[in-house]
Design a protein around this ligand. Structure first.
Ligand SMILES: Nc1ncnc2c1ncn2[C@@H]1O[C@H](COP(=O)(O)OP(=O)(O)OP(=O)(O)O)[C@@H](O)[C@H]1O
Ligand SMILES: [Mg+2]
Length: 323
């Protein structure tokens, strides 16, 4: 996103943050900053520590070690000031099931002490923009998963906060709502909001984040712009689709290759092949000679999925979650 036109003030700062639950070190020594207008994407598999991190930064969880601040206010010692400056759409919904969307948003607006007229205007705008009119006056317990998720995200926007935390905001949203949300995130960032976005969707991080932190077991294992992360993986990938029944035999023929990615459900094998065309042809011939029927193949540039795979040894593909 273009951040040239906005000030480069640091809004969110985390320094050597740590958090353990008993024996589990959920976050270990994590540092990063988010400037005004910047979107930082936290990308990591289930249990990586994303929610723990976001909850510490948004004052919901105590910090075991290190420090964090929002707009200069210390998260641990000035939590009330911090709460006035942030919006949070957490993984577990903060909405009141017994209230309608309008009432929920009204409650958030009052919590942030937004004057009545401005509050009502903003709520109407948000309801319209996020296509919530149809269910805005029904109580939240009657909502579908996606509608509830939408309300939750919109509630974080009521106060127009300078710092916004979105914990897997598009999980369970249909493609259209997802696109709406992406557009909203881009617009908020272009107006100067500092945004921390956790996601398991690589396309989401690729599209929205100015900088990505790849987190695994509580630590940052790689960081950079989406482009630089992909560029560092200087190799092409030969992707071969075989029948699922041929998958094991095909893997046997290919043997040990660093960075090999096998997708059992899709019956596909991704082989890092560098830029030598010969190597790809050899590989295909070898499989064919071994009696494997190749359904399809392509040579492609690396994606963030490949980056993730090569760093963590497992694909980042999220489990299908219905909110
Ligand atoms: N209240 C808790 N008590 C004990 N362990 C916890 C608690 N909350 C989280 N953990 C553990 O801390 C680690 C990090 O969890 P966290 O929820 O931060 O991961 P995450 O990256 O948000 O995962 P997901 O993508 O599934 O939301 C996990 O091993 C988890 O089991
Ligand atoms: Mg989480």
């Amino acid at each position: 996103m273009d951040t040239m036109s906005i000030t480069s003030t640091t809004i969110i700062q985390a320094k050597h943050l740590r958090k353990s639950y008993g024996d589990v070190a959920a976050v270990r020594d994590l540092s990063f900053t988010v400037k005004a207008g910047q979107v930082v994407g936290l990308l990591g598999p289930n249990g990586a520590g994303k929610t723990t991190l976001v909850n510490m930064l948004s004052t919901l969880l105590s910090i075991d070690g290190g420090s964090a601040s929002v707009a200069g206010y210390d998260v641990a010692t000035q939590p009330d000031a911090v709460r006035q400056l942030i919006g949070l759409a957490g993984q577990s919904a903060a909405i009141d099931e017994k209230l309608t969307a309008r009432e929920n948003l009204e409650l958030f607006g009052r919590l942030y002490k937004i004057p009545r007229v401005e509050r009502q205007q903003r709520i109407e705008q948000l309801i319209e923009r996020f296509d919530m009119t149809e269910f805005a006056d029904r109580v939240a317990e009657t909502y579908s998963g996606g509608q509830r998720r939408r309300l939750d995200v919109v509630a974080a926007l009521v106060s127009n906060p300078p710092a916004l935390f979105l914990d897997e905001p598009t999980t369970g949203l249909d493609p259209r709502s997802r696109a709406e949300l992406w557009a909203a995130v881009e617009q908020l960032a272009s107006r100067g909001t500092a945004i921390v976005l956790t996601t398991q969707y690589l396309d989401e991080a690729d599209r929205l984040a100015d900088e990505i932190l790849i987190i695994d077991r509580g630590s940052v294992i790689a960081s950079g712009t989406p482009e630089s992360l992909k560029r560092n993986l200087e190799r092409d990938v030969l992707e071969i689709h075989v029948g699922i029944e041929d998958l094991d035999a095909a893997c046997g023929l290919i043997g040990e290759v660093p960075g090999l990615a096998v997708d059992r459900d899709a019956g596909s094998i991704g082989i890092p092949v560098g830029e030598e065309v010969d190597r790809s042809l050899d590989m295909l011939r070898q499989l064919q000679d071994g009696g494997i029927s190749i359904l399809d193949f392509q040579l492609r540039r690396p994606t963030l999925d490949d980056v993730f795979m090569s760093l963590t040894g497992s694909p980042a593909t999220p489990e299908e979650v219905s909110a």
